[in-house]
Design a protein. Sequence first.
Length: 113
Amino acid sequence: MFYDVFVFLVIILTLLILSGLVSASEVSLFSLPSETLERFSKSKIRTHKLIAKILEHPQRLLITILISNNFINVGIALLSTLSALRLSYAININPEYAVSISIIVVTVLVLLF
């Protein structure tokens, strides 16, 4: 029982880190100045060219980032609710309280990342 919750918590932590990385990539890519994008498009560095090509269609990129972050956040919410329910049954507390606390904690964590 506690092993399952531990595994869920590790996955939740991983998803929180992934959510932060996705959000950071959104901010970093959309804050690039146009001069930098022009320089990237003319660059011989493969990564620079890839960034310039991705930003040729910013709407697609934004949609992809937002959908990815939504899937990650749904996974976090799902696993945290399952963890709260399993813990509540294991330590014999009201599941409604456990889920309520889980919702509050996850909301704060997701808003931070």
